[in-house]
Design a protein around this ligand. Structure first.
Ligand SMILES: C[S@@+](CC[C@H](N)C(=O)[O-])C[C@H]1O[C@@H](n2cnc3c(N)ncnc32)[C@H](O)[C@@H]1O
Length: 321
């Protein structure tokens, strides 16, 4: 039974795959757990409950506005630290300082609070300043990217990160439009995207600006780059027997996680024609399942934002396992 915890607008963000996260993290009292994407603290609340009053929670987030959720979370007797910053930097520093953890959780992407606050500029559904930075202090916002990146670079971003079929015509239309007047607002971008897509393609398959907005968000926040860097640091922090749990929301992230787990599950990396192993590599991880865990139909119905979630988890191998 979870403790009754009061958080500001605790209904803002519903933690996805809550039972599955709890099972994969397998938190025991006395352990140290890192929540690398604290958000509204929904998963952290479950972790704190499983620590049962003894242990340590290290919460990381690059969005300073989530600090209020951390401050309002119930004091449950555990040691708690909030580290604001990019998780790849924070985890690298922690690992380098010799900090160790028994479990690390990543719940990637943006939170409902970030999407639903129009002033953050993540949503194509409301007209707002073009921003999309998870860390409002970060140098580059969507406004700079849309107004300054070359047509070629915009095409690449829309194609690679958004899998947008009309990447090139949209990039061309953006460059043409910004020669007259720079983009300031999400609504202007949505109008330009819609006008650049052939009429029949504007209907079906979700909002016509959905893929471009996703692509810009990924690029603005370097989401794939920071995940690639963070996973080895998280592994370095884990004690043998420690659990690594990652929830991703699109195939690009999931592919990075899958490849990382596979590469660290492999032992010997010698060429297949070597008669004996000379590399001496041992597997570092053991995946908990081959296939990613998906939300149940009930969870998807109750929380449509959870629909694309994919959870992958692994245990660090080693003596104490
Ligand atoms: C999906 S939400 C997490 C929600 C949280 N698990 C909960 O239950 O409330 C993702 C959070 O991670 C943060 N985030 C995403 N990428 C990050 C990164 N590279 N470094 C630090 N924080 C990041 C976002 O700012 C956001 O608050």
């Amino acid at each position: 039974m979870l403790p009754n915890v009061s958080r500001p607008n605790a209904t803002d963000h519903v933690p996805v795959l809550a039972d599955e996260v709890r099972e994969a993290l397998a938190v025991h009292p006395g352990e140290t757990v890192v929540d690398a994407t604290f958000g509204a603290g929904g998963h952290a609340e479950l972790i704190a409950a499983d620590l049962q009053g003894s242990g340590k929670l290290i919460a990381i987030d690059r969005d300073p506005s989530v600090r209020t959720y951390f401050d309002h979370a119930a004091r449950t007797g555990i040691t708690r630290r909030f580290l604001r910053g990019e998780f790849s930097d924070v985890l690298e520093q922690l690992a380098a300082n010799g900090s160790r953890a028994d479990a690390v959780l990543f719940d990637l992407g943006v939170s409902s609070m970030q999407i639903d606050r129009p002033e953050r500029g993540f949503s194509y559904a409301t007209d707002a300043p073009l921003d999309m930075r998870m860390d409002p202090g970060a140098e580059t916002s969507a406004r700079e990217l849309v107004n300054e990146a070359s047509e070629r670079e915009l095409t690449r971003i829309f194609r690679e990160y958004g899998e947008e079929r009309y990447a090139r015509p949209i990039a061309r239309a953006i460059v043409r439009r910004r020669r007259e007047r720079p983009f300031e607002r999400t609504g202007e971008l949505v109008d330009t995207i819609k006008a650049a897509i052939p009429a029949p393609a504007r209907f079906g398959d979700g909002h016509p600006a959905k893929r471009v907005f996703q692509a810009l968000r990924i690029a603005v926040n370097d989401e794939l780059g920071s995940l690639e860097t963070a996973l080895p640091s998280a592994l370095a922090m884990l004690r043998p027997g420690g659990r690594l749990v990652v929830i991703s929301f699109h195939s690009l992230e999931d592919r990075i996680v899958k490849r990382f787990l596979r590469s660290r599950e492999r032992g010997c990396t010698c060429p297949p024609d070597f008669p004996i192993c000379v590399c001496g590599h041992e597997p570092e991880l053991r995946a908990l399942s081959r296939r990613p865990v998906k939300p149940s139909p009930q969870e998807q119905a109750a929380n449509p934002r959870a629909s694309s979630a994919r959870l992958r988890a692994a245990v660090k191998t080693g003596n104490d396992e």
